[in-house]
Design a protein around this ligand. Structure first.
Ligand SMILES: Cc1cc2nc3c(=O)[nH]c(=O)nc-3n(C[C@H](O)[C@H](O)[C@H](O)COP(=O)(O)OP(=O)(O)OC[C@H]3O[C@@H](n4cnc5c(N)ncnc54)[C@H](O)[C@@H]3O)c2cc1C
Ligand SMILES: *[C@@H]1O[C@H](CO)[C@@H](O)[C@H](O)[C@H]1NC(C)=O
Ligand SMILES: *[C@@H]1O[C@H](CO)[C@@H](O)[C@H](O)[C@H]1NC(C)=O
Ligand SMILES: *[C@@H]1O[C@H](CO)[C@@H](O)[C@H](O)[C@H]1NC(C)=O
Length: 621
């Protein structure tokens, strides 16, 4: 009873029943007291129809907030930032509740087209693909994990023809935005101090963290800084966190400058089209809807798309920039024939397993999370609610399967979750993942309640995927969600590599570190996989295709590459090929997905892009 009241409360302050944004603003004002003078509510601005700016930035996500901040550092430039969503709130600040945000209106609510080899148990074989629709974008929905990938991920971008993007050249941009709060890293040449974005460890730890560290050491891995010299190793996640609360892109980059006179932020403003002169291919402005009214605004210098991997691809295609054949089929006039929407890459994780420990106080379930003592600890900036998205440990490894990779480059990451699907007693994680109640009952129903609460997860992530998907339009109407085909596991190697990840998790569990607590894998077979011998390779292949879900790292749909590359949409300066005064700055420009969670790379891209824009307009400020 108490829990259901609590859930109703958190859903209502997350906006489920409060769609009118002015009420929403008042609520969020009441419920998210600023922590210092750099935080506070961003005033909403109402652009007039026909108004002109120097730059129009579409989308206030991980990238858009950075670009808006850096461009408005030039006092002569008037910058307009248009965002479809509204404010963050008290609830979205709580790190462990990250998964819940996907069932609020802060999510665009995309689903994939039916998949062949993934999400088989999920309702209708479709995967849920959450994307942030809020100031801060997906950095408000995300699990706060701060990772940069391997240096050669960026050196590969250069090998693909993208001058200026080598690790040596991008490291200063990672550091520029960073304010590292972890004491022992303040000295590190890999980290920055004094930037806008706070990076910290969750203050909370349990014996689970100790077991994880010991397990790593037993298996010969260093306990390391995975954003430092070596990526392979075990660590506690670094997170975009300030005093135990989420530090989103909006909180980091917009709130401190919310009164800057030359930056206007218009919330609840959904861009439906880029206005392009069909004779010159110059982007002149955008059309957007706010309060049910359609308006046009114009850019003297540039339109910058930061609407994310789905949003930017959709807007380009709706505006006539995209694959000729596809646009013709939908009756859209094609201005430039470009492979927009191709090259969709993502990270999947196998999340169905639960490991049971024979000890209390190690794991977190929804009942411990909702307890008054957790809430009280959170108020003081501590306690289990500060665990970023529930992730208590990270490990990077190169499996035997990755023969094509140089030593030191991982193909599998493990995320240790402080809880598991088995402990999802209220069914919220299930509804977020799209896992049916039937599946849950068959797999975890037989497990005593006590064991379900003493369970955690070790989820392998395929961080060097070979499968590639595509985004297309469903129709020429903006309101129709685009069709998203991730094609997870289409490449047979991907399934093999993920299986290696499952085996790696088993090796971690079999160490003394975890056996001290009698840790065991829950071994009820998944429905429709009972035909295979439990724990055989065939069994895991079946299980992986059932409950693998995305980590929401979709990238690549507006691939960066030189003009000579027929697969490229934007240049290494992020200008759309064949167009003028139109740039894309977000996750969609990534040519090959790094072995990393994608928020930090996107912030880096936006920092560097801002400098590229300043360079290009130098002399005409
Ligand atoms: C549930 C979840 C968990 C994740 N976990 C992690 C993690 O732990 N660590 C990590 O590094 N990464 C994580 N990611 C990925 C990471 O957050 C994203 O890669 C990153 O935020 C993408 O940044 P972006 O700027 O490209 O897009 P977004 O941040 O999605 O920003 C796009 C913005 O544009 C707005 N927009 C879109 N279309 C329009 C339009 N037509 N008009 C107006 N506005 C529009 C959107 O509302 C949004 O605010 C996660 C993502 C999700 C969804
Ligand atoms: C910082 O670096 C110096 C010199 O390398 C070292 O002596 C010192 O202990 C370091 N401080 C921390 C906090 O690591
Ligand atoms: C769990 O721990 C208790 C007490 O330490 C012990 O008696 C019991 O045998 C253990 N059970 C398992 C399954 O390991
Ligand atoms: C676009 O789709 C929306 C929602 O389905 C619908 O209400 C609207 O009428 C459509 N617009 C056009 C021009 O067809």
């Amino acid at each position: 009873m108490r829990i259901s009241i609590f859930i109703c409360f958190i859903l209502s302050i997350s906006g489920v029943s409060l769609e009118r944004y002015n009420i929403f603003d008042i609520w969020t004002n009441l419920f998210r007291p600023p922590q210092n003078e750099n935080e506070g509510f961003i005033p909403d601005y109402n652009p007039k129809n026909g108004q002109e700016y120097d730059f129009i930035v579409v989308g206030a996500g991980s990238a858009g907030c950075v670009v808006a901040n850096r461009l408005s550092e030039v006092p002569q430039w008037k910058v307009l930032l248009l965002e479809s969503g509204g404010n963050e709130n008290y609830f979205s600040d709580i790190p462990i509740f990250a998964p819940f945000l996907s069932i609020t209106p802060m999510n665009w609510g995309y689903t994939s087209e039916p998949e062949q080899k993934a999400c088989r148990d999920l309702r209708g074989h479709v995967c849920y693909l959450p994307r942030g629709k809020v100031l801060g974008g997906s950095s408000v929905l995300n699990f706060l994990i701060y990772q940069r990938g391997h240096p050669d991920d960026y050196n590969d971008w250069v090998r693909m023809g993208n001058d200026g993007w080598s690790y040596e050249e991008v490291l200063p941009y990672f550091k520029k935005s960073e304010n590292i709060k972890i004491q022992e890293l303040k000295n590190s040449t890999y980290h920055g101090l004094g930037g806008y974005l706070d990076i910290d460890h969750a203050p909370y730890s349990s014996s689970l963290n100790t077991a994880f560290r010991e397990a790593g050491e037993e298996l010969g891995y260093e306990w390391n800084d995975p954003n430092g010299e070596k990526l392979i190793g075990f660590s506690k996640p670094q997170a975009t966190m300030r005093n135990g609360k989420r530090c989103s892109s909006s909180k980091a980059f917009l709130e401190p400058i919310r009164f800057r006179r030359n930056l206007k932020v218009s919330k609840h403003s959904t861009v439906t089209r880029i206005i392009i002169d069909p004779f010159t291919n110059i982007a002149k402005g955008v059309e957007f809807i706010k309060n049910n009214k359609r308006r046009k605004v114009y850019a003297r210098r540039e339109v910058i798309l930061s609407a994310g991997s789905i949003g930017s691809a959709q807007l380009l295609m709706l505006s006539g920039v995209g694959p000729k054949e596809h646009l013709r089929e939908l009756g859209i006039n094609n201005l430039v024939n470009l492979p927009v929407g191709y090259n969709l890459q993502d990270h999947v994780t196998f999340s169905g397993n639960a490991f049971i420990v024979n000890a209390s106080g190690l794991c977190i379930n929804d009942i411990t999370a909702a307890s008054p003592s957790s809430a009280a600890a959170y108020m003081m900036g501590d306690g289990p609610l500060t665990i970023p998205g529930g992730a208590a440990g990270l490990a990077f490894t190169q499996t035997e399967f990755a023969r094509d990779l140089a030593p030191g480059r991982p193909d599998i990451e493990l995320v240790m979750g402080a809880g598991s699907l088995a402990g999802d007693l209220l069914g919220i994680i299930r509804s977020m993942l799209g896992i049916t109640d039937n599946w849950y009952r068959e797999v975890y129903g037989s497990l005593p309640l006590e064991d379900r609460q003493r369970s955690f997860s070790l989820n392998p992530i395929l961080i060097r995927p070979r499968s590639v998907g595509r985004v297309t339009l469903r129709s020429s109407n903006f309101s129709d969600q685009p069709k998203i085909h991730p094609n997870y596991f289409e490449h047979p190697d991907d399934l093999q590599a993920m299986k290696e990840g499952v085996r790696f998790a088993q090796r971690v569990i079999n160490t003394n570190g975890f056996q001290r607590f009698g840790t065991r894998l829950h071994s009820a077979p998944f429905p429709n996989c009972e035909g295979f011998l439990f724990n055989s390779d065939e069994y895991w292949e079946c299980a992986i295709m059932q409950t693998s879900i995305t980590l929401d790292h979709q990238v690549g749909t507006c691939k960066m590459g030189p003009k000579s590359d027929p697969t490229a949409v934007v240049s290494p300066r992020l200008l759309v090929h064949g167009m003028q005064r139109l740039r894309v700055v977000d996750a969609s420009v990534i040519p090959r997905i790094p072995a990393s969670h994608t928020h930090a790379p996107v912030v880096m891209i936006a920092e560097k892009a801002s400098d590229l824009i300043k360079e290009d307009w130098e002399g005409s400020i």
